[in-house]
Design a protein around this ligand. Structure first.
Ligand SMILES: [Zn+2]
Length: 273
């Protein structure tokens, strides 16, 4: 069997296949489609980290099949990849990033050209941020705002852009198209879900189409960084900015808006300064 034939994308990629190794942390409903879109855009070397197994609730948004319930998400991803591209290379780690020995994590960081941070844990996002700063590895971070009212994608370019911690503190100081605290707070119904039914882990979810918009943006941002490093003229370039904030809804109205900023390194950032 041969690999996927990317000749038809050469007018965009500049080459028939991309050589970068990509580390993806998080293969949930946000990270899995980013992985698929990268694989179908010419990326064929992956390291995948996710400790979770597919459960029935995931079927609402995750690309995994019902027959995959109970299987590790990294296994499902690996099987899908070889179906699409038998000559792809993948290494999987079904472990929580926090449980991996620092030496092992550092060895992984030095083997990849870019990290895709697609975990839904903010603590993990900060940890990945620190790892990328320490190893000077480029990173993209995607997150969907609660309720799916929008999302953001950060492109971290070591020594050039701000980091994830810079983004968080800057987001607190500006509104732009980002949702405010009132919008992100629990609604009356949600409070009822949490307190009335004692659902401590209830989180208002977005539609799959909301997540698809953000994961598409995340995949394109990642591809732009890969292409900028791998390919000469004639291919797609980078995003004209390092921080994309997407607004999908305002209240009950559809209200699309995409803002692209250059995220500066903040002088007072405890992570990157
Ligand atoms: Zn920073």
């Amino acid at each position: 069997m041969t690999g996927l034939r990317f000749e038809r994308l050469e007018h965009l990629l500049g080459v028939p296949a991309l050589k970068s190794s990509v580390l993806i942390v998080g293969l949930g409903s946000g990270g899995f489609p980013v992985f698929q879109q990268l694989a179908q855009s010419g990326v064929s070397n992956f390291i995948l980290i996710d400790p979770d197994r597919l459960d029935e609730l995931n079927l609402l948004k995750h690309p995994g099949w019902r027959r995959d319930i109970g299987r590790l998400k990294v296994e499902i991803a690996s099987e899908w990849l070889f179906d699409r591209n038998p000559s792809a290379r993948v290494e999987t780690l079904a472990e929580d990033l926090f449980n991996l020995a620092p030496k092992r994590v550092s060895a992984i960081m030095h083997r990849v050209q870019i990290v895709v941070s697609a975990t839904d844990s903010n603590a993990a996002r900060h940890y990945i941020n620190e790892l990328c700063i320490a190893s000077r590895t480029p990173m993209t971070v995607g997150s969907v705002f609660r309720g799916g009212i929008g999302g953001s994608v950060l492109i971290y370019r070591p020594g050039i852009s701000g980091c994830y911690a810079c983004m968080e503190s800057l987001a607190e100081r500006m509104d732009a198209s980002l949702p405010n605290d009132a919008e992100l707070a629990l609604t009356g119904d949600e409070e009822q879900m949490v307190y009335g039914r004692r659902l401590t882990n209830y989180a208002a979810s977005g539609l799959i189409s909301d997540i698809a918009l953000v994961s598409g943006l995340h995949a394109q941002a990642t591809l732009g960084e890969i292409l900028a490093h791998e390919v000469a003229e004639g291919s797609l370039g980078r995003f004209n900015g390092t921080w994309a904030a997407m607004r999908i809804r305002a209240g009950q109205d559809w209200a699309w808006n995409l803002s692209l900023f250059d995220l500066p390194q903040l002088d007072d950032c405890l992570a990157c300064q």
